[in-house]
Design a protein around this ligand. Structure first.
Ligand code: ACM
Ligand code: ZN
Length: 551
């Protein structure tokens, strides 16, 4: 028996030798020692601090889903197990560092915060074999690790296409597995309002559904002529927020204003400058409309719409404040996103109410009216103890005093905001729009733009134009997944993988740890993990690697 055991461990060691330690995002320091530790269902999971139970639960759920067993949790110290410790040496907010040490006898993960310990669990998961086994051999390693940026996010648009709770949870799991910690939930847009607001039931009854969707590329080659939509109840929102919080992910909700609000206008036409003008008049002339086209309707094509919230009528502000009064308590996030992007000023120029508002407040143009709008909303959000975040258009006409800027039209807005001493999240289209295709010739419809993996990886969030102090205001990065051409969960996975790997190294890894050749060498293992998860992914880059023709 002893002989067989020895043979077993020699075999494990040999198998492991062939396996490269492959952690994404790359840790601050990693030393591989001799020896292995074998995890099996009899390995104790030692947890003495209640705060670490979330990390233990995540590990156990992962082990059960992927390998078919759970570990018994104990508070009794055991050198032969996996021990979780959170030291609570909180160095700075969000400095979620950890250390992981595995030897032939056991594993110890020590986080500086509970989130740090949780990130250590993600690293442990990446030490596990990428084939299903009853005994999981991991190498002896010493890892010290900490994040580069506090804000490490991804956005999912659930308006253009709706994704039910299980997919949203899966998306949050993917973030957690990549040490990302912000889920920006784009809940409202012209094509659908997706969050229940009890005071305004028509928002979801009417605004949550459209009578058709264009087919093909905007403005479309036809129409599905099918009613399409969905929304999350407040109970479901709470469930998702808790699910995320259990994974140390903060959900940042986005309620779009003053543009991209026409699904709300379909429900409550008086929010428009011109309630009597039917939506079809804003629909592209070459598009095909499905179903009823009278009055205000939920939009069936993509793009930017001139029918925006009226900035002149007081009832617009009452409505939006009522909405936020219900939204804010659902989301513990410090940041509340109000959109602010792509708001055409055509209707405001013609609207007597908007013009009256401008005159009364000495606003010299419609950009200043937008600034007035955002500043009013900021006061309201600040009065609830929260901070407003918006797309970089909120700089136009004057930035609200405490606002955080999400820079998407390149880095220009982010640079300007940092120079004005505002915090910034960088999410430039040219590096972080994951709705863009990954190769020149995609096998399904995408919005356009070409954003291969190498290009994503090459991004450096600190612009050269900023001083060291200004650069400190870049709180992090985010990639965005707009879903005009993403109709199914599998396509979400296809668009984000493997680009989420690159995002995670930009967001987490120290600048001097980023290395394309090393990153590339870690990808095959990551593809095996996708297979293990049953996740879809973009294989083109991998195929080129196998053929030896990848650039
Ligand atoms: C955006 O892509 N309109 C923020
Ligand atoms: Zn108006």
């Amino acid at each position: 028996m002893r002989f067989l055991n020895t043979l077993f461990f020699i075999c494990l060691a040999l198998c492991l030798h062939a396996q490269q330690v492959s952690i994404i995002p790359e840790p601050v320091s990693l030393k591989v020692n001799k020896g292995i530790f074998a995890i099996s269902k009899s390995t104790p999971l030692v947890v003495t601090d209640k705060g670490d139970e979330l990390s233990a639960a995540f590990l156990n759920d992962y082990l059960e889903t992927i390998y078919g067993f759970r570990l018994a949790i104990t508070s009794k110290a055991s050198l032969k197990g996996i021990t979780l410790v959170t030291r609570k040496f909180v160095k700075a907010p969000d400095a979620d560092s950890y250390e992981l040490k595995s030897t032939a006898t056991g594993v110890k993960i020590e986080g500086d915060t509970y989130a740090g310990t949780f990130h250590g669990i993600q690293t442990l998961i990446q030490l596990l074999p990428t084939v299903k086994q009853a005994t999981l051999a991991i190498p002896a390693v010493e890892i010290k690790d900490a994040p580069r940026f506090a804000y490490r996010g991804m956005m999912l648009d659930v308006s253009r296409h709706f994704f039910p709770v299980p997919m949203v949870k899966k998306f949050i799991d993917y973030l957690a597995l990549h040490k990302l910690n912000r889920f920006h939930w784009h809940l409202t847009d012209d094509q659908g309002w997706r969050i229940e607001i009890k005071k305004y039931p028509r928002l979801t009854e009417v605004g949550g559904f459209r009578n058709g969707t264009i087919t093909g590329k905007h403005p479309g080659t036809g129409n599905t002529n099918e009613r399409y939509g969905g929304f999350y109840t407040q109970e479901q929102i709470k469930e998702v927020v808790k699910y995320a919080s259990d994974r140390f992910v903060t959900v940042v909700p986005e309620i779009e204003m003053p543009g991209h609000g026409s699904a709300a206008i379909a429900a409550y036409p008086e929010l428009s400058c011109f309630p009597e003008v039917p939506t079809i008049r804003y629909f592209p002339a070459k598009g095909t409309w499905g179903g009823d086209s009278t009055g205000k309707q939920v939009m069936q094509a993509w793009g930017v719409l001139d029918d925006v919230f009226c900035a002149g009528k007081e009832n617009t502000f009452t409505f939006l404040q009522d909405v936020l009064t219900e939204v804010i308590p659902l989301f513990p996030s410090q940041l509340i996103h109000v959109g602010g992007d792509e708001c055409p000023k055509k209707n405001w120029e013609k609207c007597p109410n908007c013009q009256k508002r401008m005159k009364e407040n000495n606003l010299k143009d419609e950009h200043e009216l937008q600034s007035y709008f955002v500043q009013r909303m900021e006061k309201f959000i600040n009065s609830h103890g929260r901070t407003l975040i918006g797309w970089d258009e909120i700089l136009e006409g004057g930035l609200a005093p405490n606002a955080v800027v999400m820079s998407w039209r390149g880095e220009k807005g982010g640079i300007e905001a940092a120079k004005l001493k505002h915090k910034v999240v960088m999410t430039p289209t040219t590096y972080f729009y994951f709705d863009y295709k990954q190769v020149e010739k995609e096998d399904s419809l995408t919005i356009g733009g070409n954003l291969p993996l190498e290009k994503v990886y090459s991004y450096e969030p600190y612009p050269a134009e900023l001083t060291a102090d200004e650069a400190k205001l870049i709180t992090g990065v985010q990639a965005n997944l707009w879903t005009e051409y993403i109709t199914k969960p599998e396509k979400i996975e296809y668009m984000v993988f493997p680009r989420m790997e690159a995002l995670s190294e930009i967001a987490w890894s120290a600048k001097d740890k980023k290395n394309w050749a090393k990153f590339e060498s870690k990808l095959p293992k990551q593809y095996q993990r996708y297979d293990l998860w049953g996740a879809n992914y973009h294989k083109y880059y991998y195929d080129l690697k196998v053929k030896g023709t990848a650039k």
